[in-house]
Design a protein around this ligand. Structure first.
Ligand code: FMN
Length: 162
């Protein structure tokens, strides 16, 4: 199962840590959206899409890339790190834009993962931020378990992680 992970992690590299844990399990390459040559995606069986959550959605460069993709029937998974533990909106909503973008292109989404990440946005920077130790070892282990599930053909219907 040839896999690529497309990840952009601009705030603290939180999502990149998760991407690396996943890539190790799947023996996958990790590339940023700007470095993707769309014609090369043809060779992959599974594509992971991940970033931090910025303003209730994934990073624009990831969303813009998906807009440019051709119709497909490939399998995909989604992941994110985020600042909010208390879910002002259901966690699922944070992934909506990316999920619907992928579904519109014909992707089959076989799993979604999210966990907390250090957040020093806005006034949080004055206190050193929140979720200071995240992603922590448990988050990375959860990401590994999720990815082992994907590798073994399991499909997740709920967002995994914390
Ligand atoms: C400009 C900005 C907007 C953010 N918006 C949200 C948000 O809407 N919801 C949330 O839970 N976290 C939000 N965060 C926190 C990030 O999602 C969190 O820190 C994430 O782990 C960053 O991942 P990264 O280090 O991979 O970029 C925001 C952070 C920044 C810098």
């Amino acid at each position: 199962m040839k896999t690529i992970i497309i990840c952009i992690s601009v705030h603290h590299g939180n999502t990149k840590k998760i991407a690396k844990a996943m890539a190790y399990v799947l023996n996958a390459d990790i590339l940023e959206p700007v470095n993707i040559d769309i014609s090369n995606l043809e060779e992959y069986d599974l594509i992971g899409f991940g970033s931090g959550i910025y303003g209730w959605k994934h990073h624009n460069s990831l969303l813009n890339l998906i807009d440019k993709l051709p119709q497909t029937n490939k399998r995909a998974f989604i992941f994110s790190t985020r600042g909010n533990f208390i879910r002002i909106v259901p966690l699922k909503n944070y992934h909506n834009k990316l999920r619907y973008g992928l579904l519109k292109k014909g992707f089959e989404i076989i799993g979604e993962f999210s966990c907390l990440g250090l957040d020093t946005s806005g006034p949080l920077r004055f206190s050193g931020g929140k979720n200071k130790s995240h992603p922590d070892e448990k988050d990375l282990n959860d990401a590994r378990k999720f990815t082992v599930g994907l590798k073994n053909g399991f499909k997740f219907t709920e967002i995994m992680g914390s």
